[in-house]
Design a protein around this ligand. Structure first.
Ligand SMILES: Nc1nc2c(ncn2[C@@H]2O[C@H](COP(=O)(O)OP(=O)(O)OP(=O)(O)O)[C@@H](O)[C@H]2O)c(=O)[nH]1
Ligand SMILES: [Mg+2]
Length: 238
């Protein structure tokens, strides 16, 4: 029996000290289904690079730290048509990786794993105080209100678990260096009228290591991105 053809896509692992997550999730990550799989690493010192290298996964080390930089480094390093970004810290379900790629194959320009809306769960569901979820939801509502053209509502405009074509990522000419890269990508895609598909997901808990996205500075960074993208508002653009 011949093996199934590989997807003409690159699975990109985004890592900064995530060896514990990698250890737990490794067998569930569908590396073999993709023509390319590589990691973009922000400078890990916990054995992440060694873990990946031992398993034959090329690791591209970023010249400058930051998730935004990592997205652009991935686009430059790859030759695949489509890029699926996966962060192996426990928040993201590896089973969604092929679902996201399937949405691109179906014609979506961007595919996002959404933690909000029907059939989805985020880390704070079941908790009494849902501060993070509220902030995320508010950022998404503002984003839809200001930049959406005639697309359906996007529930999770900031989630990093997403896929898009490499050429589209390059075309968007993103500039954000740190976390709100995803927000900038969504804003610029919405304002271009691109089809954005969302796949409902269940957000897991971080497996080990520490959070790199401290809530307040990252929240402020999102507002900065929002402000800098205001010229893309539909009634200003005309
Ligand atoms: N390549 C790269 N990856 C990064 C960088 N900063 C963070 N990451 C990865 O991006 C993912 C998301 O960062 P997190 O710290 O988990 O942010 P978060 O999901 O808001 O926080 P938790 O809820 O604690 O998981 C993780 O897999 C990080 O390792 C970076 O500068 N470069
Ligand atoms: Mg995380």
């Amino acid at each position: 029996m011949s093996a199934a053809p590989k997807r003409d896509a690159a699975l990109v692992l985004l890592t900064l000290n995530e060896v514990q997550g990698l250890n737990t999730l490794w067998d569930q990550i569908p590396v073999d289904q993709f023509r390319e799989c590589f990691a973009v690493d922000g400078g890990s010192t916990d054995g992440t690079v060694e873990f990946l290298t031992e398993r034959g996964i090329p690791v591209v080390t970023q010249p400058i730290r930051g998730r935004g930089v990592a997205f652009r480094v991935a686009a430059e390093a790859s030759s695949a048509e489509r890029l699926i970004f996966f962060s192996p810290d426990g928040n993201e379900d590896p089973a969604d990786i092929v679902r996201l790629d399937d949405r691109l194959i179906d014609g979506a320009r961007i595919a996002i794993a959404r933690r909000f809306g029907p059939g989805a769960r985020n880390e704070e569901d079941g908790e009494i105080i849902k501060l993070r979820a509220r902030v995320n939801d508010t950022l998404s509502r503002i984003c839809n209100g200001l930049f959406r053209t005639d697309q359906p509502r996007v529930y999770d405009t900031i989630n990093g678990f997403r896929a898009l074509r490499r050429a589209d990522l390059l075309e968007l000419q993103t500039t954000v260096k740190r976390f709100p890269i995803e927000y900038q990508i969504t804003i610029r895609s919405l304002s271009r009228g691109w089809r954005i598909d969302e796949v409902p997901t269940t957000e897991g808990a971080r497996i080990g290591g520490v959070r790199k996205a401290s809530s307040w500075p990252v929240g402020v960074d999102h507002l900065r991105v929002l402000a800098s993208e205001l010229p893309n508002i539909r009634w200003i653009r005309g």
